[in-house]
Design a binder for this molecule. Structure first.
Ligand code: DAH
Length: 344
């Protein structure tokens, strides 16, 4: 049957015109001619219709063309891999330095937090941590916050809906309680950590931020110890020229209570926008631990006294680096983060 023989010859001449110069073309060639549904398979399928006297001729020819196609495919494959190999050799300079891996740096909040920890560690304070999800006792009650205290208001606190006794801690003062309850005295700790408040996010407020709490409980600790400790801290943190002042204040967990200001780092006390023209900026709250708080933790308030303080790390960082918007700390914009050295 001549027509199959003709078809085989046609296939061969068509195939020889194929330009197979890249891997996709090679694969297309394989599928078209050699694949399970390819042209060669089709022609083989037609063999059964060939008249017996032509069968031999057609079979031999088909075999030849099949071998030819396989060799053709093999050659094309070899030449493609050879070419890509030589292309590789001509463009790859193995002596070029590799792509540099960008090295990370510390977050400004971590830098300042580490600095604070470092200073207090030199005074013998140990680092203590507590859970971010707290119960009413550790976050409020034990700290002498009366039932009707505004800080308990739903506006300020994120409560856990599954259990109204649980909340995201609103301050790190809760860690004071946990440490005092352990009953190991004297106690000298700082507690860094994240705190949460139900605030509308703006340049000056956020729903989470970081604090460092300090606590010193021993026999005969006085307000003078508190002042001297914080004075040392400020000098180490901001430099010799910075001045401090205490203003009377109120916190339910301390008596007496105070807020501490430092002379404005930006204008040096002359008055600017940062210090609202007063020359002073508030950086922390502090006081002598309220006897009720000591008793709540099983500590004899006639034998022991102590001081505590709490400060916001974001606030200090903004002052130190003149950052104007609190939101920058949680946006993870590399253009912002890359401006801070990771010395500590
Ligand atoms: N817990 C207070 C706050 O979140 C800060 C504070 C004030 C902590 C006075 C203290 C303290 O330990 O004595 O605003």
């Amino acid at each position: 049957m001549n027509s199959l023989i003709e078809k085989i010859q046609l296939l061969k001449s068509e195939m020889e015109k194929e330009k197979v110069t890249d891997p996709p073309a090679l694969e297309a060639f394989r599928i078209k001619y050699l694949g399970t549904k390819g042209l060669l398979k089709q022609l083989m399928g037609e063999m059964k219709n060939v008249a017996p006297e032509n069968k031999k001729e057609a079979g031999v020819l088909l075999n030849e063309v099949k071998q030819f196609t396989e060799q053709y495919y093999q050659k094309a494959q070899d030449s493609i891999s050879l070419n890509s190999g030589s292309a590789l050799h001509s463009t790859l300079d193995v002596t070029l330095p590799g792509d540099p891996l960008p090295s990370g740096g510390r977050h400004p909040i971590s830098i300042v937090q580490n600095k604070i920890i470092n200073i207090f560690q030199r005074l013998g304070f140990a680092v203590a941590e507590g859970p971010e999800i707290e119960d009413d006792w550790h976050n409020f009650s034990a700290l002498n916050l009366p039932e009707d205290h505004p800080a308990r208001d739903m506006q300020d606190t994120f409560f856990i809906s599954r259990n109204p006794d649980w909340m995201l801690r609103t301050h790190t003062s809760s860690v004071q309680i946990r440490e005092m309850e352990k009953g190991r005295l004297p106690l000298r700790i700082i507690c860094p950590g994240r705190v949460f408040r139900n605030e509308t996010i703006s340049a000056r407020a956020h729903c989470f931020f970081n604090q460092v709490e300090g606590l010193y409980i021993a026999e005969q600790v006085s307000f003078a110890d508190l002042k001297q400790t914080l004075y040392f801290f400020v000098k180490e943190m901001f430099g010799e020229r910075v001045q401090i002042r205490f203003r009377p204040s109120y916190f339910p967990f301390t008596e007496p209570s105070a807020e501490m200001d430092i002379s404005c780092l930006i204008c040096g006390g002359k008055g600017c926008n940062v210090c609202k023209k007063t020359g002073w900026v508030e950086i922390l709250g502090c006081g002598m631990v309220h006897p009720k708080v000591l008793e709540n933790c099983g500590i004899d308030s006639r034998k022991y006294t102590g001081f505590a303080f709490g400060m916001g790390i974001e606030r200090l960082t903004m002052l130190l680096y003149e950052v104007k918007d609190l939101r920058l700390f949680s946006e993870n914009d590399l253009r912002f983060l890359q401006q801070f050295s990771s010395a500590l």
